[in-house]
Ligand binder design. Structure first.
Ligand code: BEZ
Ligand code: FE
Length: 295
């Protein structure tokens, strides 16, 4: 096909969606057509390669279930999820101030389980969970540093062996999860374990893609936090364990330098809240800043 005909083909397909009544769908479809055509031309896509790509997408669909969202994993490992998270945070924060001063967001991941128990500050959600005890503390404030009392922290993580509760059995019970409300100073505190690095599910097409491209299948150790307060943009983020293996090679590109925290190690003894520990333990402190909902 001549250059002229290739251009004409792209324009014909763009024209075919020009009457899409919903303007945003029209915009999305027009750009999609332009970009996939440009991709095929840039790499001079062969029929064999195109068919292999379609088979890959087909396999991604076939392995997908509600509990095994392989397309989300594909989006995560291509960095598209993080791109969308980043765009959404900038948009929701509205002002340049909100965008730059709020705590950075990162991917939610597939292991969020709504309905974790509401617990008093100071509770140990890591009791009975393999891993080294860790005391988590910090504050939730607005972008000007004013405390947000009564802010909700919804917390979840894998264990010290890199396993989430939902991966441990077909009928799991909640572990290392809880919801906490900040005190009058915006403070929060709870005990859990120090989460280990772990592999993302790699026994499907995404794992195949990662191996074919010589990529890591691991995420560095992190604890997930969803933080919300009235009048503020909900924040979905992680606190990453400084020095964790894969801290600079996150399979889903979720790590942000601003979210990496030193987990101080302490010998057995009395912790800051008076708890007596018979084993070494860690402490980690992180403050969350929430952007105002744009007016
Ligand atoms: C997670 O952090 O839980 C996660 C995120 C993306 C893909 C797999 C796991
Ligand atoms: Fe995770």
């Amino acid at each position: 096909m001549s250059e002229y005909n290739q251009d004409r083909l792209t324009q014909d397909v763009v024209d075919s969606v020009a009457n899409t009544p919903e303007p945003r769908l029209r915009e999305l479809m027009t750009a999609l057509v332009k970009h996939i055509h440009a991709y095929a031309r840039e790499v001079d896509l062969t029929p064999e390669e195109w068919l292999a790509g379609l088979k890959f997408l087909n396999a991604t669909g076939q392995i997908s279930t509600e509990k095994r969202p392989e397309f989300i994993l594909l989006s995560d490992t291509l960095g598209l999820s993080m791109m969308v998270v980043s765009l959404a945070q900038a948009r929701a924060s509205g002002t340049a101030k909100g965008a730059t001063e709020a705590t950075e967001a990162t991917v939610e991941g597939p292991f969020y389980w709504p309905g974790a128990p509401d617990l008093p500050l100071g509770t140990d959600i890591g009791a009975g969970v393999p891993g080294e005890p860790t005391y988590y503390t910090g504050r939730v404030t607005d972008v000007d540093g004013r405390p947000l009392a009564g802010a909700l922290l919804d917390v979840w993580s894998g264990d010290g062996n890199g396993k989430y509760d939902v991966q441990l059995s077909a009928e799991p019970t909640m572990k290392a999860r809880g919801r906490f409300r900040t005190d009058a100073e915006g403070g929060y505190r709870f005990w859990s374990i120090r989460p280990a690095y772990y592999p993302i599910p790699d026994d499907g097409p995404v794992g195949e893609m990662l191996r074919a491209t010589d990529r890591s299948i691991y995420r560095p150790g992190h604890i997930h936090m969803q933080v919300s307060a009235p009048g503020h943009v909900m924040l979905t983020t992680h606190v990453f364990v400084a020095g964790s293996p894969y801290i600079d090679n996150d399979a889903v590109f979720g790590k942000r330098d601003s979210l990496v925290v030193d987990f101080a190690t302490h010998p057995p003894g009395k912790a800051a809240d008076g708890r007596e520990l018979r084993v070494p333990y860690h402490s980690a402190s992180f403050d969350f800043r929430l952007a105002p909902v744009p007016a």
